[in-house]
Design a protein around this ligand. Structure first.
Ligand code: GUN
Length: 287
């Protein structure tokens, strides 16, 4: 039997309607949640992501601001913009789209964002809070994955979870979230000696490497849940994930498609974090 498909678009629609209601409630109290997105350079994929993030904000009634800079912009210009946004009470969330051009110190840029507006959860202090199991903001992609697992009732406590990829954006925070919920977590990466040995043990397998169709059916345990975070463009222009959907679907119990899987949930959780940031400001005021 083929694996159940976890529909990211359907789940995103459900979650976004709840967020729209909470946004309306906040607006009734005179506060419109606001997200500012900064994009530096002309990476085509990043431009699409930023456009989608801004559009998703507007659609649920939030306010969005977009700042686009040429690839050769001096870091000082971006630091100044971040300082201005940190001080702006109409902005509740700030996101700097990654990757940044090579002459930027990305960590320094991320650490310049006010911790209470860091809706990506990438500021060192927020990363530390996540490591301690007390996250202030959960990074959007792993947060979306956790929501998808929750939506199908995946048992995380005691499960063998294997993550392929160790990025700061997905692999590492994903490992921490699963670990904090009681999974036994293995993180594989480009130096891992026998990848299939590890992936075949996984009850929950998360692929986040950026290599088209690298996880194949024979690398997957029968009955596993497979989450595909990859978004790769094939030479024919089509999108595909890191998972070979055709062969893996025949082995696993549940699988996310690409497109229409994790992608819509990532943006949804960015909206959730922005709303949460705005709600915290209101709660602080009435304390
Ligand atoms: N680039 C790819 N994914 C992300 C993300 O989740 N946040 C930011 N800021 N940049 C990204």
């Amino acid at each position: 039997m083929n694996a159940r498909i976890i529909d990211g678009n359907a789940l995103a629609t459900t979650v976004r309607s709840e967020l729209a209601e909470r946004t309306a409630a906040l607006k009734a109290r005179g506060v419109t949640p606001g997200l500012a997105v900064i994009l530096v350079g002309d990476d085509a994929a990043s431009a699409v992501y930023v456009r989608n993030k801004a559009a998703a904000c507007e659609k649920i009634g939030m306010h969005s601001l977009k700042f686009v800079y040429a690839a050769d912009t001096a870091p000082a210009v971006v630091f100044a913009k971040i300082a201005e946004l940190n001080a702006d009470p109409a902005v509740h969330g700030i996101l700097v789209q990654l990757p940044l051009p090579k002459h930027f110190d990305s960590d320094a840029i991320l650490d310049a964002i006010a911790v209470e507006k860091d809706v990506d959860g990438f500021h060192a202090e927020n990363v530390g809070a996540l490591v301690q199991g007390k996250p202030r903001f959960i990074p959007c992609t792993p947060y979306g994955v956790m929501k998808m697992l929750e939506s199908i009732g995946t048992k995380i406590r005691g499960a063998e979870a294997v993550i392929v990829g160790r990025s700061n954006i997905v692999g590492k925070p994903m490992a921490l979230l699963l670990l904090n919920q009681g999974a036994t977590v293995t993180v594989c990466h480009s130096q891992t000696r026998d990848l299939a040995f590890h992936t075949r043990r996984a009850d929950i397998l998360v692929a986040a490497v950026g290599r088209p169709k690298m996880i194949t059916g024979e690398m997957v345990k029968p009955g596993a849940t497979i989450i595909d975070v990859g978004i790769n463009r094939l030479p024919d222009g089509k999108l595909c994930g890191d998972v070979d959907f055709e062969s893996v679907q025949k082995v696993g119990a549940a699988i996310t498609p690409v497109p229409g899987g994790v992608g819509p949930m990532t943006i949804t959780m960015l909206l959730a974090n922005t709303l949460e940031a705005a709600e915290r400001v209101v709660m602080e005021k009435i304390k």
